[in-house]
Design a protein around this ligand. Structure first.
Ligand code: FES
Length: 104
């Protein structure tokens, strides 16, 4: 497995408190979102049939529901609620100079 490195994902100003941004980092789809001042970064496609999770909606503070068929994930852990085999990968992130980087 190749070593991970910090890679640019998005300008911080483009991530508002309400948005879910979809980006590709080294060809990996990733969603970025901000909750209570903290930035979360997760694999950007649903484990069910691959819909972009940026089209999802929040049904609870930290629970994102896929817009296609309703699978639900905890954005803090990437875990699917009810199916432990459907966990989304999560990525560490950091902000430097107004830019968000993910470890991928
Ligand atoms: S693709 Fe997400 S629930 Fe079906």
């Amino acid at each position: 497995m190749p070593e991970k490195s910090w890679l640019f994902a998005l300008k911080e100003k483009d991530l508002t408190g309400n948005s879910i941004e979809f980006v590709r980092v080294k060809d990996t789809p990733i969603i970025l979102l901000k909750k209570n001042g903290k930035i979360y970064s997760l694999y950007g496609k649903c484990s069910h049939m691959g819909c972009r999770l940026s089209k999802g909606t929040f049904i609870d503070e930290y629970v994102l529901k896929c817009g296609c068929h309703g699978w639900e994930y905890d954005i803090r852990t990437g875990k699917h609620l009810g199916n432990k085999d459907a966990t989304l990968e999560t990525y560490q992130n950091k902000v430097e100079g107004g830019e968000i980087f993910v470890l991928a």
